[in-house]
Design a protein around this ligand. Structure first.
Ligand code: FES
Length: 125
């Protein structure tokens, strides 16, 4: 079922919103202009992952070199620090673990989320 959540202009780049839709807590994030919606449940131990820090992460580099990047694309769980790529939902350390994501579309400058009929098991899509 499709739900109108807000005006596109109400979620500027880098911002997030927490929503309650059909009894599900959902985080809505504007990642560099791409709006993503994820269930507010960490696949590790079910923490409210959408309350975590959004930032970047260390990038692959040569020994002795420290590189930082992907600012604004990585969500860190507030309980144990698992990092998730908001653009794919996958955990950086174990891509088989992922956040439940929902399709988001823009219709007449409004953001809409489509929820599936049944929630998927934790850690799947
Ligand atoms: S509950 Fe999210 S990292 Fe442990």
């Amino acid at each position: 079922m499709k739900h109108r959540v807000c005006l596109e202009s109400e979620l500027p780049v880098g911002e997030r919103r927490l929503l309650e839709i059909e009894g599900r807590s959902i985080g809505l994030f504007n990642v560099h202009g791409t709006v993503v919606a994820v269930q507010n449940v960490c696949p590790h131990e079910l923490a409210p992952v959408c309350l975590g820090r959004v930032g970047g992460t260390t990038l692959p580099s040569e020994p002795g070199v420290w590189r930082w990047g992907r600012d604004g694309e990585i969500l860190a769980c507030p309980w144990h620090g698992w990092e998730f790529d908001l653009l794919t939902g996958r955990a950086l350390a174990d891509p088989s673990k992922r956040l439940r994501r929902f399709p988001v579309e823009t219709i007449d400058q409004e953001l809409w989320i489509t929820l599936s009929e049944t929630p998927a098991p934790s850690g799947s899509d």
